[in-house]
Design a protein around this ligand. Structure first.
Ligand code: UDP
Ligand code: MG
Length: 166
């Protein structure tokens, strides 16, 4: 069954120059990249993305981590992969959430670490199921940033000034 999945290359992945490596690993899946961009992550976006963890002791540090405060890299790379069993394939390549428990050859097992503050710096985010993927993709991307029609869209009246090239 075809699925979409949100992948984030987190600030530690960018700082460690792992982007090419991670994209190469993900290309093993033969999935299609249908959206990609660099994002400067606001506190609001980070908190909404990780809202299921907002009662955890590490939540504040997790938000700072995703915003790049610990890595001097205030950005993440966001991608949507699409294809057969996309979530399972990407989660398997990513490895377990805890980098110490992740298979040593997985992306998180190879490059992740646990900070002394207790945050798992695990290099990438991968949506964990279809409903989470839909919520996250809609949070990170607008419909016209994705080159296939993943979810229903609606025409919206919007009055805002758009930036164009000068
Ligand atoms: N996390 C952490 N400590 C924990 C659990 C999670 O630092 O005990 C961080 C870690 O960066 C993880 C993120 O919170 O990737 C989201 O946690 P989740 O349980 O959703 O794991 P994931 O879906 O990323 O594998
Ligand atoms: Mg998760």
């Amino acid at each position: 069954m075809n699925q979409a999945v949100l992948i984030l290359i987190k600030p530690d992945g960018l700082k460690k120059s792992l982007t090419g490596n991670i994209l190469t690993r993900l290309s093993e899946t033969k999935l299609e990249i249908v959206a990609a961009k660099m994002v400067r992550v606001s506190a609001a976006l980070a908190k909404e993305h990780y809202k299921h963890l907002n009662d955890k002791p590490f939540f504040n540090d997790l938000i700072k981590y995703l915003q790049g405060e610990f890595h001097d890299r205030r950005k993440v790379m966001a991608l949507v992969y699409w294809g057969k069993d996309a979530i399972g394939k990407c989660r398997e390549l990513a490895g377990a959430t805890n980098p110490e428990e992740a298979e040593s050859t997985s992306i998180r097992g190879s490059y992740g670490r646990i900070t002394t503050g207790g945050v798992y710096e695990n290099v990438i985010h991968v949506s964990s199921n279809e409903s989470e993927a839909e919520r996250e993709i809609k949070l990170w991307f607008a419909p016209d940033e994705i080159i296939v029609d993943l979810y229903p869209v609606a025409e919206k009246e919007e009055q805002r000034r758009l930036k164009g090239w000068a």
